[in-house]
Design a protein around this ligand. Structure first.
Ligand code: NAD
Ligand code: GLY
Length: 367
């Protein structure tokens, strides 16, 4: 294996697949397509921004290896993750009369990956699907584990299924064009993994905080690999999110409500997760479940990375109102994942909403 290239296996029986992680790995990986399908046609979903950077290169590589690529481009951003877009894409695929063996490649961030995976699951009852994640968030999280979905006006990811990709090709080279804002948003999910995993990874992030902001290749390779390994272990034990996998929602119960309260306009998903992590830490602190020193340590790293840890107090009521709209609701009780330390989380329901409201007020509008 080439130096700096990592291969991580996701062991899910007949739905198993490999994740490749490294710099400029697409030229080698295109040859793997033959193992997934004998079709020469390849359908690619991307967004216009990612396509402007990497579409031509992917197209050339596919053409060089005898494939006939065709692209469907969506507008960048969360607003594109809709049923309406899924239907439009399916319509184009049907018009092209693509076979049920045609490979579908998702070139982009989590929006493209979630939407493309959803389409791949539906088209003729499922076609081979390959994730080519181009954001940090997509490389450490959304491209792994087979959750695919579109949003509904009533909430995020409400229409979806589990559909594992046949492979994930995470090219670290693509991260070079990612804006600092998107990079930071991805770091929120990285921090989530450290809180789930334990001290060792958290220390690695603390010690390399600067190098991570500078996207130093060896450091970010290890960082992304570790996140994928953590997610892989969880997904392998609970592929369909019936128990353990819920812990991946750390920071997301608040995060999703904040995204919804701001109509998906103000925050990047990872930014909302960052605020959600603060809310989870502070709620755990208010319930005396976590040591305040640990909370301060995590907030310090977030500050170093420039992650948002507050939000407008004008939004508190809306965030509270949207909390129960989260999928994690059971019997109308909001189900929170709360940290008890670094590497220790617990699922908790039945927390009085007055306490939740107080915590949200406490973290709103602090600068
Ligand atoms: P995104 O896909 O919207 O990408 C963010 C922005 O970065 C877009 O404007 C995009 O055009 C641009 N971009 C992408 N790659 C680039 C690159 N290499 N260079 C320059 N610009 C680039 O957002 P995201 O943060 O990647 O993903 C968020 C989505 O992921 C949300 O919809 C969220 O719900 C979903 N998600 C899904 C899972 C899952 O398990 N399926 C997990 C976490 C998040
Ligand atoms: N990002 C949550 C999950 O994959 O389960």
């Amino acid at each position: 294996m080439k130096e700096g290239l990592r291969k991580i296996e996701i062991d899910l029986g007949e739905r198993s697949y490999s994740i490749y992680l490294g710099y400029d790995l697409l030229p080698q990986r295109i040859a793997d397509l033959a193992g997934f399908s004998r079709e020469k046609e390849v359908f690619i979903i991307s967004d216009t921004q990612v396509n402007s950077f990497y579409g031509k290169r992917l197209e050339d590589l596919l053409l060089q290896q005898g494939y006939q690529p065709s692209f469907y481009l969506i507008k960048p951003g969360e607003e594109a993750k809709t049923w309406d877009n899924a239907e439009k894409i399916l319509d184009v695929m049907l018009t092209k009369n693509l076979s049920r063996k045609v490979p579908l490649l998702a070139l982009g961030g989590g929006v493209v990956g979630d939407l493309a995976g959803f389409v791949a699951a539906l088209y003729k009852r499922g076609i081979p699907f390959i994730q080519i994640p181009t954001t940090l968030l997509a490389q450490v999280d959304s491209s792994v584990g087979g959750k695919v979905a579109v949003n509904h006006s009533r909430g995020k990811n409400l229409l979806g299924t589990f559909y594992q990709p046949r492979a994930v090709w995470a090219d670290l080279m693509t991260l070079e064009t990612l804006s600092m804002r998107e990079w930071r948003a991805g770091l929120a999910e990285v921090l989530k993994y450290a809180l789930l995993d334990g001290r060792e990874f958290f220390l690695f992030l603390q010690e390399n905080a600067e190098a991570i902001l500078e996207k130093k290749p060896a450091v970010i390779l290890s960082m992304i690999e570790q996140c994928i390994l953590i997610k892989a272990e969880i997904v392998q034990k609970d592929e369909r999110d019936e128990g353990l996998r819920n812990i991946l929602n750390l920071g997301h119960t608040f995060g999703h409500a904040l995204e919804k309260a701001t109509n998906f306009q103000k925050y990047r998903h990872g930014e909302a997760v960052a605020v959600g992590l603060v809310a989870a830490l502070k709620l755990a602190e208010a319930l005396q479940m976590i040591n305040s020193v640990v909370v301060a340590e995590v907030l310090c790293l977030m500050q170093k990375w420039g992650l948002p840890f507050s939000f407008s107090s004008a939004l508190v009521d809306d965030v509270l109102r949207f909390l129960p709209a989260d999928k994690k609701v059971e019997n109308q009780e909001v189900h929170f994942i709360l940290p008890m330390g670094i590497g220790e989380v617990v699922a908790k329901k039945g927390i009085p909403m007055e306490i939740v409201g107080d915590v949200l007020k406490q973290i709103s509008d602090i600068v």
